[in-house]
Design a protein around this ligand. Structure first.
Ligand code: ATP
Ligand code: MG
Ligand code: MG
Ligand code: MG
Length: 470
């Protein structure tokens, strides 16, 4: 079997052999973009190279980039445990051309690697193009020999990428793998495309135009290529499984959590083990890159991820903190490719243990409150926002943990009510400070806290840079 580690190596070797500089993954906390919470695509560390702000000694690069999509514009947190293809942490394999080769070579490389080097049967693959991109359509016919019925023109923004309102932009072409008709789902562009049958494995972005104030003003003088392929998705394909969570890395992590909790991963426990394995990876890699659980900012996103996994550990009947005991299994799987993981192992284990110990002190009481509150409720009902707020405020349940807890019973949470309760508490705190005769300094502190989103950090959704999709 081709291991995920082999696939990473083989991808980098292929592009290295084609004149690409092999660039190590950048840390998850972006150093060149304060509006972005976490690196969420392989191109992020190269943003300034694409815009011309920065030059490098090479004009072709390849990487396997650590990515987290758990907040902001790309938020896959709610998908984890429920789709076969989404993670909060994943690795994006990419090849990049900075004003060097363009569409024809990008498609040739992708096709050669997938079908010749890796031997994926051509008839399992479908490509999409932006609806007006005749050039890409014709290249797919010419290079891959794909029949027209398997080159799908997509008119939506899904197939048009832009770095923001200003800067490079252009059409994309996505490559989908068909796992077979025993899996539910339809081809891209169809109403059933969100099923797990046709899975997007690779996105090729053709940076072709220059945009100003959201309007295309001309062709780029130096056209560029940015591609991204989720390693976990292509590992599923190459390992002959239909689900990312059945690949080698995830099987090892899930086996470890099954062993430690003395449970299997059947029935309701399936999603729990998947959430634990996924969130373990994002938690460990974030801590290794210097993020610690906190009540705001990046640290709050991390805390939300950790606590959600910890609730699932509790659901599985874990009587004591579990997450830190899974770290060695992760280091075994990924420590060779990412030495920072092994270096930070003591800090990661300590951080997870402390967080889980703390959270477990209120978790059981919070879950009891939640059970009582939902006792009279049924499918399709909505939990009052005030209850969700109490769980947050008193028991340390991040909002989305409550949502996740109710999801299995098809119940929702009243988000507006939760936000209102939060706003009310903030106003009350502010009024109390006013009445206390404290100095203006506290006032300023409240202003800052509110600007930053206070303790409930919901991401940079409104301001996050657009240049975050590959
Ligand atoms: P999807 O439509 O499946 O959510 P996407 O179009 O959002 O994927 P891109 O932004 O194009 O994904 O990212 C490039 C590649 O990275 C995808 O083709 C996929 O292989 C991988 N990828 C994206 N999001 C995830 C995720 N949450 N977990 C695992 N792999 C991912
Ligand atoms: Mg997506
Ligand atoms: Mg997509
Ligand atoms: Mg895509």
């Amino acid at each position: 079997m081709t291991s995920t580690n082999d696939i990473r190596r083989s991808f980098l070797d292929y592009f290295g052999g084609q004149g690409h500089q092999i660039v190590p993954s950048a840390p998850l906390v972006p150093h060149n973009d304060p509006t972005l919470m976490f690196v969420n695509a392989g191109m992020v560390p190269f943003k300034n190279v694409f815009t011309g702000l920065e030059t490098r000694s090479y004009n072709r690069a390849t990487s396997s980039q650590k990515c987290v999509r758990a907040g902001g514009k790309h938020n896959d947190l709610d998908n984890v445990g429920y789709t076969a293809r989404h993670h909060t942490f994943f690795e994006m394999l990419g090849n990049f051309s900075f004003g060097d080769y363009f569409k024809e070579q990008a498609i040739t490389h992708a096709w050669t690697l997938l079908t010749k080097e890796w031997g994926i049967p051509a008839d399992r693959l479908t490509a999409t193009v932006y609806h007006t991109d005749d050039e890409a359509f014709d290249l797919w016919k010419k290079i891959a020999g794909l029949p027209e019925s398997r080159i799908i023109r997509i008119p939506t923004k899904d197939n048009f990428w832009a770095m923001g309102d200003n800067g490079p932009c252009g059409p994309c072409s996505e490559i989908f793998y068909d796992h077979g008709d025993h899996i539910w789902g339809g081809p891209p562009g169809s109403p059933e495309e969100d099923g797990d049958r046709f899975v997007e494995i690779w996105n090729l972005v053709f940076m072709q135009f220059e945009q100003q104030a959201n309007e295309i003003v001309g062709e780029l003088p130096k056209k560029s290529i940015d591609t991204g392929m989720g390693i976990e998705r292509v590992a599923a394909v190459l390992q002959g499984v239909t689900d990312n969570y059945d690949t080698d890395t995830f099987k090892a992590l899930i086996a470890a959590s099954c062993a430690l909790t003395r449970t299997d991963a059947e029935g309701d426990r399936r999603a729990s083990h998947r959430v634990i394995a996924d969130h373990l990876r994002s938690s460990c890699f974030l801590v290794a890159d210097g993020v610690l659980p906190a009540n705001e900012g990046r640290g709050y996103v991390l805390r939300r991820i950790m606590r959600r996994a910890m609730r699932h550990a509790h659901l599985l009947g874990a009587a004591e903190p579990l997450m830190h005991k899974l770290v060695p299994a992760l280091v075994t799987e990924m420590g060779a490719a990412y030495p920072e993981l092994a270096r930070a192992q003591p800090l990661i284990e300590e951080t997870l243990k402390l967080e889980e110990t703390r959270f477990r002190q209120t978790l059981a009481n919070g879950l009891r409150l939640l059970d009582e509150a939902t006792a009279g409720m049924g499918e399709g009902d909505t939990l009052p926002g005030a209850t969700a707020f109490k769980l947050y405020d008193t028991f340390g349940f991040p909002y989305d943990l409550t949502e996740d807890a109710l999801r299995g019973q098809n119940m929702a949470v009243d988000r507006a009510g939760f936000d209102a309760a939060m706003a009310e508490q903030k106003a009350a705190a502010r009024a109390a400070w006013k009445g206390s005769g404290e100095t203006a300094a506290q006032e300023i502190w409240f202003d800052i806290a509110e600007e930053l989103g206070g303790t409930e950090f919901t991401g940079y959704a409104a301001t996050e840079g657009e240049g975050t999709v590959v």
